[in-house]
Design a protein around this ligand. Structure first.
Ligand SMILES: Nc1ncnc2c1ncn2[C@@H]1O[C@H](COP(=O)(O)OP(=O)(O)OP(=O)(O)O)[C@@H](O)[C@H]1O
Length: 361
């Protein structure tokens, strides 16, 4: 399975400089609050396209107070080298094998899934987070999903500008709506395939985690799936959209509905611990589905262990180990990782005078 064999951090958040070797085993990271554990796995998350697991900006990542340029470099077991960095005031750049590359190209090098504490409220908060969660899963299966969402958003922003400027001329809209419909239909198809793949992977597995029944829903009924249907939806919505000054309906309003299958309970009504178990279940299902026809993804699981009782924790570790995935797990105390035994490499993170350090033991 592909894994990181070395990670080098330079001036990234609380990390001034570090070079960390890994061996493909699970990495159990412990340390006090604020030591820099999340910063470490956030750095790894930036080896995939996007803004990382905390959705930060290139500027925020720069180590304060110096605010020099930052850099993250990794060597994979295949020998491939990935690097991402940003100079002060510039956006982040990517190099693959020493050559400048677009950010989206990272998705073809490494597949990565993560679970972070801010996702604990995923089922309770607005649709945007769930949509992003689903789209990230879709991208993990098909990197081209990212391009479709970028194309859709770009055309929609231009359409919204016309709407705000009260442009009435239909032909200005037709080209943009055509682009939105084509990209939107691809997005919706990718989402539908992802939902089927996740549910199939949950149902096929022997797992300690609950299965969720998933569906794609929309705030309004309308043709949301096909190129032609979407074209009609946008054309018919023009007058109403103009009054609102933006595109009111379309794939950008879709939502992921989740139900705890066995209890027929909507996820939002499940307990905090149950919601966490559902999320873990979805991430594991995603990882299993990926591993079924390709390499297992990297897993970044921030403070997941602390929320689970000992039996569920042991089950999680067994399932990750069975996947063969290189997983990075964080927690405040080393005892949270006892059940992993020899299956994990252990890193303690400490912080001194605002600088994080890693100690292997
Ligand atoms: N740009 C930055 N420059 C320097 N330090 C930073 C920067 N951004 C965040 N920090 C510091 O990093 C620390 C937070 O690190 P991190 O979020 O990794 O903690 P953690 O070990 O995961 O802790 P917890 O267990 O509380 O989640 C804070 O002390 C914060 O001040």
């Amino acid at each position: 399975m592909p894994h990181l064999s070395t990670l080098t951090l330079s001036h990234f958040r609380s990390w001034r400089r570090a070079q960390l070797p890994f061996d493909g085993r699970i990495v159990a990271i412990h340390g006090a609050n604020g030591a820099g554990k999340t910063n470490l796995i956030e750095a790894i998350s930036l080896l995939s396209p996007g803004r990382g697991l905390r959705r930060g900006s290139a500027e925020e990542f720069a180590r304060r107070p110096e605010a020099l340029g930052w850099k993250i470099a990794a060597e994979l077991d295949s020998g491939q080298e990935l690097e991402t960095s940003a100079e002060p005031g510039a956006s982040r750049a990517v190099r693959i094998g020493g050559k400048a590359a677009p950010q989206v190209a990272l998705a073809s090098e490494l597949r990565m899934l993560w679970l972070v504490p801010s996702m604990d409220r995923l089922f309770i908060e607005g649709a945007e987070g769930r949509r992003r969660f689903l789209d990230r899963a879709a991208m993990s299966f098909e990197p081209a999903h990212a391009e479709a969402t970028l194309a859709y958003d770009k055309a929609m922003r231009e359409r919204n500008r016309l709407l705000k400027d009260m442009v009435r001329d239909a032909h200005w809209y037709e080209a943009l709506e055509g682009q939105m419909a084509a990209a939107g239909a691809r997005i919706q198809a990718g989402r539908a395939r992802t939902i089927s793949a996740l549910m199939a992977a949950q149902n096929a597995a022997e797992t300690a985690f609950p299965a969720a029944t998933l569906s794609l829903i929309h705030p309004e009924a309308g043709p949301q799936g096909s190129d032609e249907g979407l074209r009609r939806l946008f054309a018919e919505g023009r007058r109403r959209d103009m009054a609102a000054g933006r595109t009111l309906d379309g794939p950008h309003r879709a939502d992921l509905a989740a139900i705890w299958a066995e209890k027929a309970m909507p996820a939002a009504d499940c307990s905090t611990g149950e919601q966490k178990a559902l999320l873990i279940s979805l991430i594991l299902a995603n990882a299993r589905a990926l591993a079924a026809d390709g390499p297992a993804p990297l897993l970044l699981l921030d403070e997941v262990a602390a929320h689970l009782d000992a039996a569920r924790r042991a089950a999680l570790y067994d399932e990750i180990h069975a996947l063969g995935a290189q997983a990075f797990l964080t927690g405040t105390g080393p005892e949270l990782f006892d059940e992993l035994g020899e299956r994990a490499l252990r890193l303690q993170i400490t912080e001194e005078e605002g600088e994080s350090h890693a100690h292997r033991h």
